[in-house]
Design a protein around this ligand. Sequence first.
Ligand SMILES: [Zn+2]
Ligand SMILES: [Zn+2]
Ligand SMILES: [Zn+2]
Ligand SMILES: [Zn+2]
Length: 708
Amino acid sequence: MNRPTTRSKNKKPKPSDDVDKISDTLRKIHASGEITQDDINQLYNIGKPVCQGCRVNAKDNPNCFCGLIPSPNGSRKSGIWQKMSDIIQSLGPDPFKELRASLDSPAGLTNLGATCYANSILQCLYMNTTFRKGVLSIEVDVLRKQPVLDQLARLFAQLHASKRAFVDSAPFIKTLELDNGVQQDSHEFLTLLLSLLERCLSNSRSVVPRTIVQDLFRGSVSHVTTCSRCGKDSEASSKIEDFYELELNVLGLKSLDESLDDYLRVEELNGENQYFCESCEARVDASRSIKLRTLPRVLNIQLKRYVFLPKTTTKKKITSAFSFPRELDMRKRLCDPAQVDLIYDLSAILIHKGTAVNSGHYIAHIRDEKRGQWWEFDDEHVSNLGDHPFGEDSSGHKSKPPQKEPLVHSSPVSAAGDATDVLPQFAENGDSEHSEIFSSADAYMLMYNLRQTNVHLRKTSMVLDANNTETERTDSTSNDITSLPSYLRDEVDELNASYVEACHQYKLRKETTLRLIEERRQEVRLILSEAPVQSFEEPFYWISANWLRLWVDNIMPPVLDNTLIQCSHGKVHMAEVGSMKRLSASAWVKLFSKYGGGPALAKDDYCVDCLKEAAHKLVCADSYRDRRKTVKELADSVLSGNCTDGTYYVSKAWYGCVIFCYVFPIDPLSLPVTSQKCLDKSYLGPVIEYLRILEEIRKIIFIKCEDE
Ligand SMILES: [Zn+2]
Ligand SMILES: [Zn+2]
Ligand SMILES: [Zn+2]
Ligand SMILES: [Zn+2]
C-alpha cells in the first residue's frame, strides 16, 4: 500500500489521532479538490513545536534540530565530533614521538620481528667506544667492497648522530641474510658476527679497524695435560687456542666466581682415563685443565643457561639466580699471574626473558663508558637505569649490600695451581661501590671491560699483546667521537633532514586539521542555532535531513543535495516529511552559498500533484476495504448455512478469482463475473467446498495482517 501514513512498517506507528487527522484531511482534499495552507501545515508537520533537548533527533518533527551534535562531553566515532585525541591519532604516527631526547641518550634499534637478539648484541658492540671508533674509521673503498661493514658503519653513524630515538637495523640485518622471523640465539649470533667482521676487516689497511675484533675480544687458552710421574706437560699443552668468549657452566653454580673455578678446574685422569705420557712412555695418572694464557680487553662471558636434555632431546633454560660482581679481578685467573692489576668492570648484561630456548625476548643493560650511566636497550626503547645496572630501585635483580668485611672465598685450586691460594672477592682498595654483587635469573651474557688507568695502561697492554706485539695501541679513555667521517656524516645529515621535514609536515598537517575541525564545529553550531523557524509566516527552506547529517559530521561535507526529498514532479513530497528539516532563510543562505548543489525547495514547493494522488489512493483504499467486508459477510453467511437456494451461487472461476483477490489486493467485485446465479443445484456442494477453502485462506490472511 502506498498510503503516506503507513509508508514504512519499520517506523514507530504514529499516534492514531494523527493518522486519523491526516486521513480526514486527505479525504477532504479528495472531496473538495482544494488544498489550504492549514492542510499543508498539518500534512508537512510544519506546526510541530520548535523543540529543545530531545535525546535523539525527532524524525517526524521538521523543526527538531536536537541531537545532531553530541552533548558537550559526548563524541562520535568519526567526523568532526570525534575526541580530539582520536582526530590526532587519525593523522598517523606522530614523528615527534620518535625524537631523540639528546645525543647523550643512546638510540634504540627497530625490531624486525624477532631480531631483538641481534639488536641487543649490536648495542653491546656499539656502546664499546673503541669498537665503535674502529668501525667508523674503516676506509671508504673497503666499505664499498664489504656490504656488511658498510651497513654496520652506517648503522653506527646513525646510532651516533640520528635525531630519531631509534634507528632502522633492517639494512644491516639484511646484509647478514638472517631470517628475521626466527629467534636466534644471541650467543651464536655474536660468535658468527665477530668472525664475519674479523674476516671482512682484514681487508682494511688502517691499523685500528683491521684487527679491532681480535684486539678487543680475543684471548687465548691452552688445554694442559700434566704427567703425574715426570711432571711434564703434554706436547699439545703448548698449543695456544684463541677464544672470543668464555663459555661457563651455571648449572648447580651460584656465582661467576664459582663458574670460573669450574671452568679452570683440574680434572684428574686416572683408572680407565689414564693418559699416555710420551716422556715416560707409559700410561700414567695425569691432570688436565684449561689455562688462561691471555685475556682480552673485553671479556665476553657466556652463561650456559641452556642445558640439553637427552631424554626429551630438548633444551631447558636454567632459571636459577646467578650472581656476578660489578668489578672482576682476573689477575690470579691467568696461568702466569700478571704483575699488574687485571680489573674488569661490568659493562653489559644481556638478558633473556622467557623460558623457551628459541623464543622469549632479549634486552641488554649496557653501561655508557663516558658517563658511567646504565641504559636498558629494549629494541626501539632505551631507558636510563642510573648508576645501577638494574636500575636504582629495581626488584627481581637484587644487588647485595656492600659488606664491611671482604668476603673471603676459598678457591679449591687457583689458576696458578697453588691449592692454598685465597682469592679475595672484593677489591682490596675497599671501594664499596665497586664491590657490589648483582644477581639475576635471566642474565645470559656478561661483558666486562678491562679497566685501563693511565698509570698501568702501558703495562696491561703489554700483557695483553703477548701474541700481538706489532699492534699499535690507542688510549681508549680518550676515544670520544666528536665528528663522523664526512661520507657517513652526509648520510646521517640527509636522514636527519628528511626526518625534520617529516616532523614539520606532520606539525603543519596537525595544525591545519585542528584549525579546520574547530572552524567546522563553530560553523555547525552557529548555523544550527539559527536554523529553527519560529512562525508560520516566515519564509523557510526544506533541507534533506540526510545531507544535514553529513554536513554536521563530515570534516569535508559534500555538495548540498536535496534530491532525496524531491518527488517526481521536482517538488517536496509529503511522504518525505520524516527525512527533511525546515530551515530558516538565513541558515539556508549560508549553507547554499557555501556548499552549492540544491535544489532550493522553499515554503511553496509542496507538491499539489502528489497530495492529490495520495488523497485519491486513500479514498480508493477506503472503498476497497468496504467491498472486501461485503464479500466476507457473504462468505460468512454461506458457511453458517444461510444459503438461500439460487441466491449466492457463483461460478467456480469467479470464486477462484475471489481467493486470488484475498491474496493480492485487487478489488474482487471489479473482476468479470461469469455467472452470479448458478442454475444447477448440484453445483452447491463444490461451491461450499470453495467457500471453506476461501475461509481458510481468509483466516491465514487475517492472522498475517494482525502479525504485521
Ligand atoms: Zn527536538
Ligand atoms: Zn711423564
Ligand atoms: Zn624480542
Ligand atoms: Zn509531486
